[in-house]
Design a protein around this ligand. Sequence first.
Ligand SMILES: NC(=O)c1ccc[n+]([C@@H]2O[C@H](COP(=O)([O-])OP(=O)(O)OC[C@H]3O[C@@H](n4cnc5c(N)ncnc54)[C@H](OP(=O)(O)O)[C@@H]3O)[C@@H](O)[C@H]2O)c1
Length: 298
Amino acid sequence: MIARNKNIVITGGNNGLGKAIALQLAEEKNNIFFTYCSDDKSATETVREISKLGVRVKALKVNFLNEASVKLLVEKSYEFFDGEVDVLVNNAGIICRKPLFEITEKDWDDTHNVNTKTPFFLLQQFGKKMQEKQLQRIQKAYKEKGIEITDKLLNSSAKLSLLADYCIVFITSISRNVFTGLLPYEVSKAGTHGIVGAAASDPSLSYFQIRVNEVAPGLIATNLNKHIWMHQPNLWQQRASSIPLGFTGEPADVAKAVSSIISNKWMNGTTMTVDGGRSHNFIGSDLKQQASILKSKL
Ligand SMILES: NC(=O)c1ccc[n+]([C@@H]2O[C@H](COP(=O)([O-])OP(=O)(O)OC[C@H]3O[C@@H](n4cnc5c(N)ncnc54)[C@H](OP(=O)(O)O)[C@@H]3O)[C@@H](O)[C@H]2O)c1
C-alpha cells in the first residue's frame, strides 16, 4: 500500500531525512511542497530531482526561529496546492550538543522553537484548515446529495466515506529517551512525542479523520551529526556498535516508514521506531565479542 496523488508539505525537505521523504513520496506520485532554511543549492537540486518524477513541487525558504514562518508556510502551501493539503510532515530539526553546565538560554530556546514549538503551531494551523475542509465535505453531502445528517451518521464510520484521509507526521527521535549528551534536543523530542499522543486523541482532529503519528529514527549520517561522523569516527563507531543490527540507518529507511503511515488510514497516535533495535539495547553491544562468538562456532 502506498500514498498516491496527495498534496504533501514537508519541513526541511532539502537535505537528510526530509529530502529522502520528499523523494520517496514524489516517486509514489504525490505532489511536494517543502521548506528549507539556509542551503539554497540543495533546495534547487531537490526541486530539480523531484520535477523529473513528474509531480508538482515547490520549495520555500523559512527559518523557524522567525515567528512569522508558520503563517507564511500555511499561506504559501495552501496557495500552491489550490486550497487542499493532505499531509504535513514535521521533519525540520536542529541539535544542541554541549556539556550541561554550558547550555545557554538561547540554546534551549532555539532548540525548542525549531523542534517543538513550530511543529506544534504547524499542527494547529494545518489541523484547523483540514478540519474546515472536512466540515465543507459534510455540508456539501448534506446539501447537494440530500444525505441526512443524523446522530447515527455523525458517530459512525459511515461519515468516513464523506471525509478525506488527512495525516500529520512528526519526525521525532529515539533521543527522546536514549540519552547521549544532547539535553535540550532530547527534551525537545520528548515534548514532540507528547504532542503526538495528545493531538492524536484530540477530537478536533481525530473526529475529522486527521491522524497524527510519529516516526522515531535512530542513528543516521546527515548534516545534523556531521561533526561526529566526519571528525570523531571513533565516537561514531561506538554509537553504531550499540545498534543490535550493527549498522547505522539510511534516510530512505525513515522515508519508507513515513510512506507506510500516510497510506494506512487506521494508524493514529503511533510511534514507529526505525533504529536497528538501539532503543531496546540499554546495555549496548560488544560487536567484537559477538563476532568472536560467531567465529568460534564456525
Ligand atoms: N540524523 C539522525 O540521526 C536523526 C535521528 C533521529 C531524528 N532525526 C530527526 O530527523 C529530522 C531531520 O534531521 P536530519 O538528520 O535530516 O538533519 P539535517 O540534514 O541537518 O536536516 C535538517 C533540516 O532542517 C532544516 N532546518 C535547520 N534549521 C532550521 C530552522 N531554524 N528553521 C527551519 N528549518 C531548519 C534544514 O534546512 P537547511 O539544510 O537549509 O539548513 C534541513 O532541511 C530532525 O527533526 C532530526 O531531529 C535525525
